[in-house]
Design a protein around this ligand. Sequence first.
Ligand code: PXP
Length: 238
Amino acid sequence: MPQLGVNIDHIATLREVRGGLEPEPVFAALVCESAGADSIVVHLREDRRHIKERDLCILKEVVKTKLNLEMAVAQDIVKIACAVKPEQATLVPERRQELTTEGGLDVVSNFKRIRQVLKRLEDQGINVSLFIDPDRRQIEAAGKIGVSMIELHTGRYAGAANAKKQDTYFKELETAVDFARDRNLHVFAGHGLDYSNVSRVAKIKAIEELNIGYSIVCRAALVGLEQAVRQMRALING
Ligand code: PXP
């Protein structure tokens, strides 16, 4: 059964709506952990639209499970990551205009830059994962670059317009997982997963971790964060 990483970016989004201090992402992280989350995920975006350095530093002190920092391969962000030293960094592409991370990292086209960043982070003892599309070329490039973990983008599966398309994208995901396992990569997955589509993905045996944010925070607004994490955990546990 995969581990559950809870992304708490949108707890900070809510805080930023009024620019105050509530809700406190660190408080949310503790609630998620006590409700069964195996790791806490945050994305320090270049525009700092939700999570700030301050959040990252306190989270590093407080999180007892695993802190997974999603980050672009931008110089200033790499510098912060090297200083804070989260247990894990997930390299993601980033565009300022996007509402959320739209696609996977293009490892093929940015091979050299990603390899440099990978080395810098690993030198600081940070485990690095690459967030990529379920695409053979990208998985092959991830294998070549020397990373040991990848996170497959489930956005196409999660956002499929109908059941037939969802089946197609599910098969694409399963094939990509096998392809990555054949290359000895640890495989995680995430993006767009929610209470209605997570079970199928959680049943893919080789997937070791699912990273989920938006749907959990949405449900938390109605039933509370602890309950929302427990419900997601139960679905993943099957
Ligand atoms: N994994 C990665 C690499 C992401 O960038 C995100 C979004 O921040 C997620 C998982 C979680 O996606 P969602 O918020 O749609 O559950």
